[in-house]
Design a protein around this ligand. Structure first.
Ligand code: SAM
Length: 286
């Protein structure tokens, strides 16, 4: 079988199927032959594992995953790619393509149906227009997966992997850290894709936690995070007051009880700080 990651092979396949790239679907396909094997290896795909892939495109990463894992299920929204995938993945009998929108799928049901009793990992070169919604869905759905290895824009990777409490952190940093331990694996230049995007990318791995690192009411935790970062230049007392619709005196008292300085900024707070605020917000306390 011809190497799928070879740019000449990819161009031939695409032109044979009359395929044109959809910008709206975030279609930038990998054409750097060294990236997919590295990503697949880092994902934890191996004997006895199942892999959920999102957006297989023409199947460059999928074919690497098929060689490592027992089974690969790839969710692709663009039905024009189905005949292409039929051709490029024809040699593998351990792959299934699901033509659907990943954001609308019941992923817990899909995993239970497709990977009974198997260890599962996620591996994907994500469509960048839905990076955060996809990552948060994968985490919030509490999928029984050990790790999520994804390619995202470099800036998104840096934000997600910044230490909580650092200047580079944001709502997504705190939210992801609640569910997983993020790790920046390696950078990928814009020239590794066809068509080349304007920005560089990076591969990150989210090592999913068995338990959140802090114990508190989850809804209140995320309400606090959202409100705190809604106006990140403001001190926490003001952003929480505006974001939660509570008066400043009540917020000042709440922060004092939580042991969080009223003049701190959202990016300076730890997971424990947000948990303490959440505790105070929980019914009956605030
Ligand atoms: N994995 C391929 C690669 O690395 O060359 C393609 C990656 S490309 C960045 C993103 C892929 O996600 C495209 O194939 C696109 O059609 C697909 N996609 C976009 N939105 C999607 C959605 N909501 N659900 C599932 N797939 C989607």
């Amino acid at each position: 079988m011809k190497r799928l990651s070879d740019i000449g092979t990819i161009k031939t396949i695409l032109s044979k199927h009359g395929f044109t790239f959809s910008k709206a679907l975030g279609q930038n396909f990998l054409v750097n032959p060294s990236v997919c094997p590295r990503m697949a290896e880092a994902s934890g795909a191996g004997q006895g594992t199942g892999v959920l892939e999102i957006g297989p495109g023409i199947g460059v990463l999928t074919s690497e995953l098929c060689q490592l894992a027992d089974k690969v299920v790839a969710v692709e929204l663009d039905k024009r790619l189905l005949p292409v995938l039929d051709e490029t993945l024809g040699a593998y009998d351990n792959v299934k393509i699901v033509n659907d929108d990943v954001l609308k799928l019941d992923l817990n049901r899909l995993l239970a149906q497709e990977f009974p009793g198997m260890q599962v990992v996620v591996c994907a070169n994500l469509p960048y227009y839905i990076t955060s919604p996809v990552i948060m869905k994968l985490l919030e759905d509490r999928l029984p997966v050990a790790a999520i290895t994804v390619m995202v824009q470099k800036e998104a990777a840096q934000r997600i992997c910044a230490p909580v409490g650092s200047r580079e952190s944001g709502a997504v940093t705190v939210s992801v850290n609640y569910y997983a331990e993020p790790e920046l694996l390696f950078g990928v230049s814009a020239g590794s894709f066809m068509p080349a995007p304007k920005v560089d990318s990076a591969v990150i791995r989210l090592n999913v936690r068995r338990q959140p690192p802090v114990q508190c009411d989850e809804k209140a935790f995320f309400r606090a995070v959202k409100a705190a970062f809604s106006q990140r230049r403001k001190v926490i007392a003001n952003s929480l007051s505006a974001g939660l619709g509570m008066d400043k005196a009540a917020i000042a008292a709440l922060l004092e009880r939580a042991g969080v300085p009223a003049n701190a900024r959202a990016e300076q707070l730890s997971l424990e700080d947000f948990a303490a605020i959440a505790e105070e917000l929980t019914e009956g306390k605030a």
